[in-house]
Write a protein that binds this ligand. Sequence first.
Ligand code: UT7
Length: 333
Amino acid sequence: MKNAPSLRSVAITGTGKYVPERILTNEDLRQMVDTSDEWITTRTGIKKRRIAAANEATSDLASAAARQALENADVAAADLDLIVVGTVTPDMAFPATACFVQKELGATKATCFDVSGACSGFLYGLEIARGYIASGMAEKALVIGADKLSGIIDWTDRNTCVLFGDGAGAAVLEAAKDGGGEVVSTYSGSDGSLDEILNVPAGGSRCPLTSENVDSKLNTMKMAGREVYRHAVTTMVSAAKEAITRAGLTPKDIACFIPHQANLRIIETIAHKLDMPMERFFVNLTEYGNTSAAAVAIALDEAQRSGRIKRGDYILMVVFGGGLTWASSVIRW
Ligand code: UT7
């Protein structure tokens, strides 16, 4: 995707997050599948993940994160023109999860839709909302990354079940006023020829849900871990460089890198390839595992609320997911 011609500058004016209460530890998983805390920690860096309650839908996670973001931005839900939810675990095939969020928040004048970009869903949404606001089509937008991956995981498959968790992160976007939070650059891309290395085979029109498919667990996530790992590294390094170049910067200008939270070893390799110290990288996968579209959105919220990023800092978000999809963005905080 080309860099949006900034007809007017767009800013993130508030962020929020929500993670469910229930914590699932590596020790808990050891009792479910043939794994160990040692394997999970050394191969991924993950220690815990959050699991949504049976009666918590993706829109519930999304709405809780959205409320925080709206409060942080001092924006009323009724003033939103646009709600975009990045998710691969929608409440239903339709209506869009964004419509459920609209109902929950009372955002009556917003146009609402979902983006299916897997782990890249939040940054895809950010790029879309930036375009709406830059062009004057919208004044105030809410972008959410939310996933309840626990519902599409095969809890008997140790290759995948130790990696993921549930959560939501949100950001409010408006035309920039004083420069804080300015979206300086965005970049995104996809490669549909690699659909088979990370997907949920059944449940759509290609392979409808039947009792046979469910018995074969085709309605759960399948991943060729090593291949995904390899593409994640090369793609996130090039996407990071592209957003930084589009911002007219070099990696050393970035105060805080917020990468997709899939695997600590992937993040360490990206840091090495960008010749940047790990201290510049924000990591919270230890606590939450990989929360798909929510991951960078939760990390952005935690980085700003903890004071890890300060007004005027350049930050870079970079993500990668099934599709394949990837995206990146530089923000001047
Ligand atoms: O958000 C989408 C993006 N997703 C990602 O970025 C994930 C990318 N992939 C990865 O992070 C890594 O490939 C994994 C963490 C999934 C796997 O790590 P790996 O170092 O690539 O391990 P591997 O798949 O090569 O498996 C090594 C061994 C295998 O045993 P054998 O065949 O060598 O005997 C696996 O069966 O580790 C075994 N293994 C496990 N052992 C204990 C796989 N999962 C587990 C487990 N506990 N949970």
